[in-house]
Design a protein around this ligand. Structure first.
Ligand SMILES: Cc1cc2nc3c(=O)[nH]c(=O)nc-3n(C[C@H](O)[C@H](O)[C@H](O)COP(=O)(O)OP(=O)(O)OC[C@H]3O[C@@H](n4cnc5c(N)ncnc54)[C@H](O)[C@@H]3O)c2cc1C
Length: 469
C-alpha cells in the first residue's frame, strides 16, 4: 500500500454532488479531492445523462423559499424531513447562481414554467439517448476544470471501498485504483456515489424480486457502495423501498432507442393499466412514479399494458416534453390500435372478454362518479380520470424504469450523516442520490435529483469548511 495522502475534504463520486462539494470546498480554502470509479474524461454517471432541468418538486427554483417548502410538502404529502426540505427551499436559488458562476449555462428548456433553469444546450426532443455535448455533460466538464484550476485532485478509476472511522469521527478511506490500494487520510468525506439504482442485490433486498425485469434507466454506475460503507460506519438508512422512475415502452428492455425517453407516464395516468389477464392492478391516479414503483415490486414487473382511447392519445399522449405521441412510434416502439376493445385485446395477447369487462366497469365508475367502487381504487391526484370509450383504442405494453433510488443515507440539513439515534458522525457527509429523507409520501413525491445533488454538495463543503475541514 502507498503511504497515505491527506486532504481536508474528499468526495466519493464525480457526479454533480461530488464535484460541487469538492469545487466549493476548494473555493473556501480546503484541500479537496474527488475519487471517481469511472475512467476517462467522459466517465458515466447519472448527472451526465440527466435531462438538465433544475426544479424543486416541479417548481421554479427561484420561487420564494416558503413556496418551495409548500411545493415539497404537497408532493411528499408532508412525509419529508422538514430540515432537509428547508435546506433545499432556502438554498436552491443561490445554488443555481453558484453553478452559473462556475460556467453553467441555463436556458428555458420548454414553455413549461419550471423548465426555466434547464442546462443548455438541452437534449433534443426525440426518443432514446442524447447526452453527449448537452448541458449536463458540459457542466461536468466545467466543474472538473474549476476543480483542477484550484489545485484539487481528481482520481479517475478510483473506487472507494471502506471508510476509516477513529474515535467516532472520520479519519480517512481506502480505495482501489489500478489494482492497488489507495490510502487517504481526510478531515471530511462526502459520500456522493449516486445511490443504489444499479445494484441488483440491493434492489432485491429493498424494492422488488426481479431487478432483471426492471429497466435500468440510468448510467449504471451507482451501485450502492456509499450506502454499504456508511452503514458499516454506523449511519442510519431511510426510505430504501422507493425510487424515482418512469414508465417506458416494454420494447426499451431490448432497445436503447426507447429510453430514457419517451415516458409513457401521462398516458398511463389518464387511462388504465392492466395485467396479462386484462385486469386493472394499481391506482393510476397516483401518477407515473407511483405506477412505476408498483410494477417494479411485482413478481412479474413486465405484466403491464396501458389501454387508452383516441382522445387520451391525442391529448395526454402529446403532453410531455418528449411525448409518446409521436416519439414512441418514431423510436420504433409498439403501439397497437383497434376499433374495438375486444380486437385490441386479441392483438395485445390479453383475454378480450376480460379486457372488455374491465374497460366497461371502469367507464361506468368514471361516468357515474363512483370511483370508490373500483378495485383497485382510482384516485384523482394527478387529474380527473376520463372514460376509455372513443375509438380507435390503443394498447402500449410497458415496463418500469428505475432512475434514482429515493431512499438512502440519513443526513441533516448540512449533509452530515446521522446515526440511528440522531447524532452525527463527525466529518462524514453525504449528498445527492445516495441520501434519503427528502422524497416519498403516498404518491412518492419527487424533489428533483439535480437540485438535491447540488444543494447538498455545497452545504456539505460549507459545513466542513466552517470547521476547518
Ligand atoms: C436519464 C436521466 C434523466 C434525468 N433528468 C433529470 C432532470 O432533468 N432533472 C433532475 O433534477 N434530475 C434528473 N435526473 C436525476 C439526476 O441526474 C440525479 O439525481 C443526479 O445527477 C445524481 O447526482 P449524484 O452526483 O448524486 O450521482 P451520479 O451522477 O450518479 O454520480 C455518482 C458518481 O459516483 C461514482 N461512484 C460510484 N461508486 C463509487 C465508488 N465506490 N468510488 C468512487 N466513485 C464512485 C459513479 O461512477 C458516478 O460517477 C435524471 C437522471 C437520469 C438517469
Amino acid at each position: 500500500m502507498n503511504s497515505p495522502m491527506h486532504f481536508d475534504l474528499v468526495a466519493i463520486g464525480g457526479g454533480f454532488a461530488g464535484l460541487c462539494a469538492a469545487v466549493r470546498g476548494a473555493e473556501l480554502g480546503l484541500r479537496t479531492a474527488v475519487l471517481e470509479a469511472g475512467t476517462g474524461e467522459g466517465y458515466l454517471c447519472s448527472s451526465r445523462w440527466a435531462g438538465g432541468i433544475f426544479h424543486v418538486s416541479y417548481h421554479d427554483v427561484k420561487l420564494h423559499p416558503d413556496e418551495l417548502r409548500d411545493a415539497i410538502g404537497k408532493q411528499t404529502s408532508g412525509e419529508v424531513d422538514p430540515e432537509l426540505a428547508a435546506a433545499i427551499a432556502d438554498h436552491a436559488g443561490r445554488t443555481v447562481d453558484w453553478l452559473a458562476n462556475q460556467g453553467a449555462e441555463f436556458a428555458q428548456g420548454s414553455p413549461i414554467n419550471w423548465h426555466r433553469f434547464t442546462l443548455a444546450p438541452p437534449r433534443a426532443a426525440v426518443a432514446g439517448q442524447d447526452w453527449r455535448g448537452r448541458g449536463p455533460d458540459r457542466l461536468l466538464g466545467e466543474l472538473r476544470r474549476r476543480l483542477l484550476e484550484r489545485q484539487s485532485r481528481l482520481f479517475l478509476g478510483a473506487r472507494a471501498t471502506a471508510l476509516r472511522i477513529e474515535h467516532g469521527r472520520v479519519a480517512g478511506l481506502t480505495a482501489r485504483r489500478d489494482g492497488a490500494a489507495l490510502d487517504i487520510t481526510a478531515g471530511a468525506i462526502v459520500i456522493a456515489d449516486g445511490g443504489f439504482p444499479g445494484s441488483a442485490e440491493l434492489f432485491r433486498r429493498y424494492i422488488g424480486p426481479r431487478p432483471d425485469l426492471v429497466l435500468m434507466r440510468h448510467a449504471g454506475t451507482a451501485i450502492g457502495d456509499g450506502l454499504t460503507m456508511a452503514a458499516e460506519a454506523g449511519a442510519a438508512l431511510t426510505g430504501l423501498d422507493r425510487f424515482y422512475g418512469h414508465l417506458l415502452s416494454r420494447d426499451a428492455m431490448e432497445d436503447e432507442g426507447l429510453w430514457p425517453y419517451p415516458q409513457i407516464d401521462a398516458v398511463a395516468t389518464a387511462a388504465i393499466v392492466v395485467d396479462r389477464q386484462g385486469h386493472r392492478i394499481l391506482d393510476e391516479g397516483l401518477g407515473g412514479i407511483s405506477i412505476t414503483n408498483d410494477l417494479a415490486r411485482l413478481d412479474d414487473p413486465l405484466c403491464g399494458t396501458v389501454i387508452c382511447d383516441a382522445p387520451i392519445w391525442e391529448t395526454a399522449g402529446k403532453a410531455a416534453q418528449i411525448p409518446p405521441n409521436p416519439q414512441l412510434l418514431a423510436g420504433g416502439g409498439t403501439l397497437l390500435r383497434a376499433d374495438t376493445v375486444e380486437t385490441l385485446g386479441e392483438m395485445a395477447g390479453l383475454p378480450p372478454q376480460s379486457l372488455t369487462v374491465t374497460v366497461a366497469d371502469y367507464n361506468e365508475a368514471v361516468r357515474s362518479g363512483r370511483l370508490e367502487t373500483l378495485s383497485p381504487k382510482r384516485s384523482t391526484r394527478s387529474g380527473a380520470p376520463r372514460p376509455v370509450e372513443t375509438p380507435p383504442f390503443y394498447a402500449i405494453p410497458i415496463c418500469a424504469g428505475i432512475t434514482n433510488t429515493m431512499g438512502g443515507i440519513a443526513i441533516d440539513g448540512h449533509g452530515r450523516v446521522k446515526r440511528p439515534n440522531g447524532a452525527v458522525i463527525a466529518g462524514l457527509y453525504a449528498a445527492g442520490g445516495t441520501t434519503g429523507g427528502l422524497e416519498g409520501g403516498g404518491a412518492l413525491g419527487y424533489v428533483g435529483g439535480l437540485i438535491k445533488a447540488c444543494v447538498f454538495g455545497l452545504r456539505a463543503a460549507e459545513h466542513a469548511a466552517s470547521r476547518g475541514g
